[in-house]
Design a binder for this molecule. Structure first.
Ligand code: 5GP
Length: 209
C-alpha cells in the first residue's frame, strides 16, 4: 500500500489555522489529524484528547527522553509536541496526516522528512490578526502582544514553506489547500508503476490483435 503524505500547517497565531484545519478534516476523507501534547493550560471548551493531550511538564519531558515525540518546541513558555506513534501508524496505513504545528516544529519535520509538504497560512493584514486575537477573548493583552511579537519574528522563516496560502475567506483558503493536496498526490504518483502497467496493457492488446 502507498505510504500516506504528511502535511504540516502553520501560521501566525490568530491566522485562523484551527478553523481551516477543522474544515479540511470535514471535507477530505482518509486524512488524519494528529492531536498534539502540550503543557499549556486548556482554554474554555478545550478537551483532553480532542484538542490536545494536556500534560504536566515532567510527563512531557519524560516523553522527550523516551523519544516518543516526532517533533517538539517551546512556544511562549510551554512545550508543544507531536506524539510519534499515531503519525507513523497512520502514514504506514496509507492515510494522509495533517500536523497543525508552529514553525520550529515544522522545520524539524522538514529535516526529518524532506517529502513533507509545508503550508503556511497568512491573514490578509497584520491588523486582521490583532483583531482576531482580541475577538477570541481567550488571552490577556500581554499574551496577545507576545503572540504578535513572536509572529513578527517568524516572517523570515516563511521562506522554508512549500506554499503560503492567504486566509481571507475561509472557503477560498480551504479550496486552495485541497487543490495543493490534489496536485501533490498527482505529483507523487509512482511513475515507474504507471509505466509498467501501460507496457503490460499495450503488450496484451498488441499481442491480441
Ligand atoms: P495554541 O496555544 O494557540 O493552541 O498553539 C500555539 C502554537 O503551537 C500554534 O502555532 C500551534 O500550531 C502550535 N502547536 C500546536 N501543537 C503543536 C505541536 O505538536 N508541535 C509544535 N511544534 N507546535 C504545535
Amino acid at each position: 500500500m502507498n505510504k500516506g503524505h504528511l502535511y504540516v500547517i502553520s501560521g501566525f497565531s490568530g491566522a485562523g489555522k484551527g478553523t481551516v484545519v477543522k474544515s479540511l478534516i470535514d471535507r477530505i476523507p482518509d486524512v488524519a489529524l494528529s492531536v498534539s501534547a502540550t503543557t499549556r493550560t486548556p482554554r474554555q471548551g478545550e478537551y483532553y484528547g480532542k484538542h490536545y493531550y494536556f500534560l504536566d511538564k515532567h510527563v512531557f519531558e519524560d516523553m522527550i527522553t523516551k523519544n516518543e515525540l516526532y517533533e517538539y518546541a517551546v512556544y511562549l513558555d510551554n512545550y508543544y509536541g507531536t506524539p510519534k506513534k499515531f503519525v507513523q501508524e497512520q502514514l504506514s496505513e496509507g492515510f494522509d496526516v495533517i500536523l497543525e504545528i508552529e514553525m520550529q516544529g515544522a522545520l524539524q519535520v522538514k529535516q526529518a522528512e524532506p517529502d513533507a509538504i509545508l503550508i503556511f497560512i497568512i491573514p490578509p493584514r497584520v491588523e486582521t490578526l490583532r483583531r482576531r486575537l482580541l475577538n477570541r477573548n481567550t488571552e490577556t493583552l500581554d499574551v496577545i502582544h507576545k503572540r504578535l511579537e513572536k509572529s513578527s519574528i517568524e516572517v523570515d522563516q516563511m521562506i522554508h514553506y512549500n506554499y503560503i496560502v492567504e486566509n481571507d475567506k475561509l472557503e477560498v483558503c480551504v479550496e486552495d489547500i485541497i487543490a495543493i493536496m490534489r496536485a501533490e498526490k498527482i505529483k507523487k504518483a509512482d511513475k515507474q508503476k504507471i509505466m509498467n502497467r501501460f507496457h503490460q496493457e499495450f503488450d496484451n492488446i498488441l499481442k491480441g490483435e
